[in-house]
Design a protein around this ligand. Structure first.
Ligand SMILES: [Fe+2]
Length: 330
């Protein structure tokens, strides 16, 4: 399966774990209930909270395509992605549409009583100065705090030399740093909002490091309700694709798009730490949910009884999800 087929839905057609609307209660935890309505872009979670309700707006894959003469030396490196959506099936909206949705989603956040905006990556299609400036300027005036974590396109100018790790490190430091909260480690950081711990982890190369596994375990062990935000969804068997973090199918043999994206081919297989991370997240008892983007579908998935949500749905012209974590009443 190529990326185009994958993005157009073939990669998820067999995903029995997907549901479009309805309750996703965990049978073993009657005081923890989930209701999702993708048509309206809302998710309500009842949880034994000690404090007030928490409202998050999760936004992913807006794929901005702004550039100007300041990046003319990289013109060849953003040429393909500056036409994002135009060479894909109709439901994949071009970058300009993502910019409009972003503008709308963040300009209404304060009025909608959102406590924090969570940006789960591929907000940009490439790290141009103009893209970063646009995102930062819009976020600065929206009046709501935000957390950002990179996706695989945010830091990628196609065709540059170097490993994915090295390119990410370079371009995150060179261009993306204004998008992170001050002092945050771009690879992993957390923030507690209204008693809920929100952990952002960069898995935009599909791989997780030892440091990130240990960070997750340390954060999860603090015991408060915890949310994980990252770009690439965790693998669940029902989805069966290589385009997930911790997929046993991920590897050089299934990487069909490295030449199109002009990047290094994936390694032979994912690291042990990546599998360990997936297992650790899915066995975290205080996990409220995992929020991701990347696959361009708004879907719920369950793995090991845990609920995970991918927020962007280009078909429904929706690239965000409003999440309310509210105090369970029983
Ligand atoms: Fe992505």
């Amino acid at each position: 399966m190529n990326r185009r087929q994958f993005l157009s839905g073939g990669g998820l057609a067999a995903a029995a774990a997907i549901s479009s609307a309805g309750c996703l209660a965990r049978p073993s935890s009657p005081d923890k209930e989930y209701f999702v309505n993708w048509a309206r872009g809302i998710l309500n979670v009842s949880w034994p909270l000690s404090g007030e309700d928490l409202r998050l707006r999760v936004i992913g894959d807006t794929h901005f395509t702004y550039f100007d003469s300041r990046d003319k030396e990289y013109a060849d490196n953003y040429a393909r992605m500056s036409g994002f959506g135009k060479n894909l099936p109709e439901e994949h909206l071009p970058g300009e549409a993502g910019q409009e949705f972003f503008e709308q989603a963040i300009s209404t956040a304060a009025k909608d009583n959102i406590d924090a905006i969570i940006l789960v990556g591929d907000i940009l299609s490439f790290p141009s100065i103009a893209n970063v400036e646009y995102a930062k300027k819009s976020l600065d005036v929206c009046g709501v705090p935000w957390m950002y974590i990179a996706g695989n396109h945010d830091w990628h100018f196609e065709g540059l030399e170097g490993s994915s790790d090295a390119l990410r490190k370079t371009w995150v430091a060179k261009r993306l740093s204004p998008l992170y909260p001050e002092g945050a480690n771009p690879m992993m950081y957390s923030k507690v909002v209204k008693g809920v711990r929100i952990v952002a982890i960069d898995n935009s190369t599909y791989l997780i490091s030892r440091e990130q596994v240990d960070f997750w375990k340390a954060e999860a062990s603090k015991g408060d309700p915890i949310i994980l935000a990252m770009h690439i969804p965790l693998y669940v068997e029902a989805c069966g694709s290589q385009y997930y973090c911790g997929s046993p199918k991920w590897g050089a043999a299934t990487d069909g798009i490295w030449e199109i994206e002009r990047r290094p081919r994936w390694a032979e297989k994912a690291t042990d730490e990546t599998f360990e991370f997936r297992d650790a997240v899915l066995s975290t008892p205080n996990l409220v949910g995992v929020f991701t983007g990347h696959i361009h579908h708004a879907i719920s998935m369950r793995g090991n009884g845990q609920n995970m949500f991918s927020v962007a749905d280009c078909r429904a012209k929706r690239r965000h999800l409003d999440v309310t974590v509210q105090k369970a009443t029983r």
